[in-house]
Design a protein around this ligand. Structure first.
Ligand code: BTN
Length: 241
């Protein structure tokens, strides 16, 4: 379903579920324009009308125990970058936990909101924002790029939408089949800054470290002076030079 204007496609789906609207696994909501798009960590997600992809996909991963929530992030990230690599090449990376990067710039992001009942994930709202044909960004947007800035030409939103949905579906089926290792391997192969020495910042200060892994629970594993440390989202910041 395409909406001309909405506050946020994630809110729209959340509201529809709260109103007991019958929605099937795989429902996709796309907005031409979002006036209150949301990002991770209470950030805003700003997207010029009709230029980008702002979508939410409803999934019902009842097969996935709450303790394995991060595997859904793996599947979504894998699906998105599988769709983007043929278009943009190998500069496309996943920045932990699930930003979409091209070289050192942010091309898009994912906001997954799970509705949990007991030990199972009843509904998962997978919000995806990707900068496609926008070329000017507000000053407060950190480090943005778009498909158009990379390719120097417009890209068809409908084609990208259909490819992203197809690749996410394929990755979701791999997840459903329990083939986590396959998703994890691809995720790790395409992880931004993996096995490279870079600067990070935590409450303990600034230090250099090497990302070596991501745990089952989704924590980032960083090797600092040959000692492995685990970080949860929000506990560590990547410092780009
Ligand atoms: C991030 O990088 O912080 C995540 C951005 C997620 C933005 C998308 S756009 C579609 C969906 N609706 C929202 O309000 N947010 C997500």
């Amino acid at each position: 379903m395409t909406l001309t204007e909405v506050d946020s496609t994630n809110n729209f789906l959340k509201q529809a579920l709260a109103n007991s609207t019958p929605l099937t696994d795989g429902t996709v909501i796309m907005a031409e324009s979002q006036y209150a798009g949301r990002g991770q960590q209470q950030n805003k997600w700003h997207s010029e009308p009709s230029k980008n992809l702002t979508i939410s996909i409803l999934l019902k991963p009842a097969f996935l125990p709450v303790t394995q929530q991060f595997n859904l992030n793996l599947a979504i990230s894998v699906g998105i970058i599988n769709a983007l690599i043929p278009v943009l090449g190998t500069g496309v990376k996943i920045k932990w936990p699930n930003d979409v990067y091209f070289n050192d710039k942010k091309l898009g992001g994912v906001l997954i909101e799970n509705i949990i009942q007991g030990q199972i994930i009843k509904n998962s709202i997978v919000g995806i924002g990707l900068n496609v044909n926008q070329t000017e960004f507000a000053d407060w947007v950190p480090n943005p790029t778009s498909v158009k800035q990379i390719l120097q030409k417009d890209y068809d939103l409908k084609i990208l939408l259909s490819d992203i949905c197809a690749y996410i579906e394929a990755a979701y089926l791999v997840l459903k089949a329990g083939n986590i290792d396959r998703l994890k391997t691809f995720f790790m192969q395409n992880l931004y800054w993996r096995d490279e020495l870079h600067s990070f910042k935590t409450t303990e200060g600034v230090f250099d470290g090497i990302i070596t892994d991501v745990t089952q629970a989704g924590q980032l594993v960083v090797s600092i002076d040959n000692e492995l440390r685990l970080y949860s989202f929000k506990e560590i910041e990547f410092l780009n030079k």
